[in-house]
Design a binder for this molecule. Sequence first.
Ligand SMILES: *[C@@H]1O[C@H](CO)[C@@H](O)[C@H](O)[C@H]1NC(C)=O
Ligand SMILES: *[C@@H]1O[C@H](CO)[C@@H](O)[C@H](O)[C@H]1NC(C)=O
Length: 338
Amino acid sequence: AGGARGAASRAMAGDTSLSENYAFAGVFHVFDQHLDSAVRKVQFAHDERHLLACCSLDGSLSVCRLAPGPPAVLRRLRGHGAGVSDFAWSLSNDVLVSTSLDGTLRIWDPAEGRCIRRVQDPDGAELLCCAFQPLNNNLTVVGSARHMVRVLNISTGKAARGGSGRLPGRALALCFDAPGRVLWAGDDRGSVSSFLCDPGTGRLTKASRVLVQAGGSITSLSARAWASREAPDPSLLVNACPDRLLLFRSGGIWGHWGHLGPQPLRSCFCPLMSLPAGGVRGDACVHFFDVGRAARATVNTLQGHGAAVLAVAFNCDESLLASADAGGTVIVWRRQHA
Ligand SMILES: *[C@@H]1O[C@H](CO)[C@@H](O)[C@H](O)[C@H]1NC(C)=O
Ligand SMILES: *[C@@H]1O[C@H](CO)[C@@H](O)[C@H](O)[C@H]1NC(C)=O
């Protein structure tokens, strides 16, 4: 089945091989503003090819512009009193939210570099992950080290009524499905819990829980409405530390790839309908996986980092890929044109 799928993907992609299709060979720019502290996440703004943000264990975030003009750090968002664990862009890119080990969520104006609001966790717990409700960007969900997920109204900083849920472990990863109806939360006991979310009010209703990796940690989740043209079901890409990247489809495990490192890794889907791949492996490389194939799934590898790569992100048209490492370096790779 893998071969047939691969062949179909190749045909769809215009008869180029998968690895040619994923040839991000050239380094576009190297950012070092977070040097010596791990960068835990990088993410391009929505529908903006050249706007990138990074968060770091140095306690700050940075907003970077890649074009026009020479690549530059536009803003440093400073204020958190400890490492920044996660952040998210609002749909219109006018707001960033970030979570920190200092026990606060901060809401930022990324254009001005200004902190708009600071919200303390009611339990005083480290905050480890966050996500915008895709249908209602006035609501953000936050995950804590006290096993809680909470929906907050970002206009007020107040918890949404009925908008909290408890996990078996520390909440490390959150994501919504595209329609904003289902919230998945991963924890450090290796389970993924799902909740139904009312996009109008933020109310959460417990739905299901899957133990993905006993004794492991779920360090990232990303959802997509489809995995490929040949696989139209919704899919969830899951990094289960210490060992595996998994793809869930139709409620079951569709594929998994092993021998990843012990670090908190964040893989992601490629945003376009070309191929569902893109991953990190805990070494100093970026790996591209063909998640349509269980065996020999690595289609390309990028070398250039000097420390373990922790997170990757594509821009909206896949012309650029950003990767961030444990030593604080962020590399932006340019897609090679055939
Ligand atoms: C967020 O709230 C503001 C004012 O409270 C409102 O104008 C806006 O439409 C809301 N946005 C969404 C996505 O609901
Ligand atoms: C958030 O709070 C504002 C101000 O109280 C309110 O107008 C708005 O409806 C709330 N939004 C949601 C989604 O609850």
